[in-house]
Design a protein around this ligand. Structure first.
Ligand code: ATP
Ligand code: MG
Length: 450
């Protein structure tokens, strides 16, 4: 009996096979079946065996998945999107709620699938709201650390002087305010995954320290010289072009290469417009579920708007809009239920100059509940849009002239206009109308005088 209990977990870690596992499970079963009474110590041993069996099964299933992923036919010309998504599903890929079968998104998911079971660092880039954090969770969930912690750190939100202590922890008394020993994020993520969000915002001093952790796999708490070994898988994300930042000298090139062994790029929503109708439905249903109501119906006018809007905030913006209209509308939602700053602009009115300010105030109210970084980004988007509107109005809608005045590349300017859904012809029309009105008034004035 004790001999059975003393069966050691297979430390060699090598020859994992189903037959071997089943044999171990059978031994465990007969131990339990024939024992009339178990001491606490025996129970502990059995528990340990059961846990190690579970780990082995997990390891095998990950290995299998990895092998399956690795043999996926790379030529996909003839494979439909549905089939690609289906194939991921069939290989038990965990989507974590990632929706869509746009080829660019599928490609990102397929890379994630292959990267997940490895410990290689992954760099995810994409505009704000394209699902970078979700993708990091997907990678974590499909890897062998899925039942270990996933720790998220927003590198852009930590003041520089607290950065080191936040990441690596500190000893009591290391600095004023350090009243206790404290674990940092890296230690919390030990055996799991650490998600370094907005890595492009990490100051250079932080970059040097991070590089050292990546090389040595150990950290030191602030105020201590004792190294602590950490085993964490690193997934980083950014909405900036790190290669460019490293050319400009604000991001260390060696760190960039270390982080981006695997590089996943998420497409902005405007490059997967074909999925907007499905996403409207998906988030409409999701919102209805969350709000415990029937899915909202949408007027053709609102639908048209939602299908053509530029979505600078990408999927997050679309999702927020669907939640908002599901909450505010009765049975049927219309453009009035959109946030003020998102509503289709009536082609340039006289209130344009004051209007931009009003819109910004309205938006500030709507956005009260979002995070600080969202609010900042929204404010910067609004300022950009207001600037462009004002500029276009001043030049009567001539893009080339505006480009010259603000000393900007014309195609870049065109891109920004597109991003904000601004059409230069609306401004030309408004300009022509205003001129016509002015002529009329002058004619009337003359008539009065006469
Ligand atoms: N493909 C997708 N399917 C379903 N939901 C998605 C998808 N992509 C993103 N989302 C949802 O959109 C929202 C924004 O995603 P997430 O926070 O991952 O974006 P992000 O790129 O990290 O944004 P930011 O740069 O602003 O931090 C989340 O609610 C997420 O669940
Ligand atoms: Mg994010």
């Amino acid at each position: 009996m004790m001999k059975i209990l003393d069966q050691q977990p297979d430390e060699s870690g090598s020859a994992l096979s189903y037959a071997g596992l089943i044999e171990k499970i059978e031994i465990l079963r007969s131990t339990l079946r024939w024992s009339s009474r178990l001491e606490r110590a025996d129970i502990e041993k059995l528990l340990k065996q059961a846990s190690s069996l579970r780990d082995e099964v997990m390891q095998m299933s990950h290995k299998e998945r990895f092998v399956q992923a690795a043999v996926v036919e790379p030529l996909r010309g003839d494979q439909s999107r549905g089939a690609r998504r289906q194939a991921l599903l069939a290989r038990s890929f965990i989507f974590e709620g990632t929706f869509g079968d746009n080829p660019k998104l599928l490609e990102a998911l397929e890379i994630a699938e292959k990267a997940a079971p490895t410990d290689l660092p992954v760099l995810i880039d994409g505009e704000s709201g394209t699902g970078k954090e979700l993708m990091a969770k997907v990678i974590h969930a499909n890897g062998s650390r899925s039942d270990k912690p996933f720790i998220s750190v927003n590198c852009g939100a930590i003041p520089e002087n607290l950065l080191e202590s936040e990441l690596f922890g500190h000893r009591k008394g290391a600095f004023t305010g350090a009243t206790n020993d404290r674990k940092g994020k890296f230690e919390s993520a030990h055996t799991g995954t650490i998600f370094l969000d907005e890595i492009g915002e990490l100051p250079l001093t932080g970059q040097v320290k991070l590089l050292r952790v990546l090389e040595a796999h150990e950290i030191q708490r602030v105020g201590s010289d004792e190294p602590i070994g950490v085993d964490t898988r690193i997934v980083a994300a950014t909405n900036r072009n790190l290669r460019k930042l490293s050319e400009q000298g604000t991001f260390r090139e060696d760190l960039f290469y270390r982080l981006s062994v695997i590089h996943v790029t998420l497409p902005p929503l405007r490059e997967r417009r074909d999925e907007i109708p499905l996403l409207i439905q998906y988030f409409g249903d999701e919102a209805a579920g969350a709000l415990k109501r029937r899915p909202v119906r949408i007027t053709p006018k609102l639908r048209d708007f939602l299908l053509t809007y530029a979505y600078p905030g990408n999927i997050r913006e679309l999702r927020n809009v669907m939640y908002r209209i599901s909450c505010l509308a009765g049975d049927i939602a219309d453009v009035d239920h959109l946030p003020t700053d998102m509503r289709p602009t009536p082609p340039v009115s006289a209130s344009m100059f004051g209007g931009a300010n009003e819109a910004a105030n309205g938006a500030a109210n709507v956005r009260n509940l979002l995070s600080l970084s969202d609010a900042k980004r929204a404010a910067s988007d609004e300022a950009e849009k207001a600037f462009l509107q004002r500029g276009l109005q001043e030049v009567g809608g001539t893009v080339a002239e505006l480009a010259r005045r603000v000393d900007m590349n014309r195609s870049h300017l065109q891109m920004l206009l597109k991003k904000h859904g601004l059409h230069s012809k609306d401004f030309r029309r408004a300009h022509a109308q205003a001129n016509a009105r002015k002529d009329d008034e002058e004619a009337n004035d003359e008539a009065d005088i006469g």
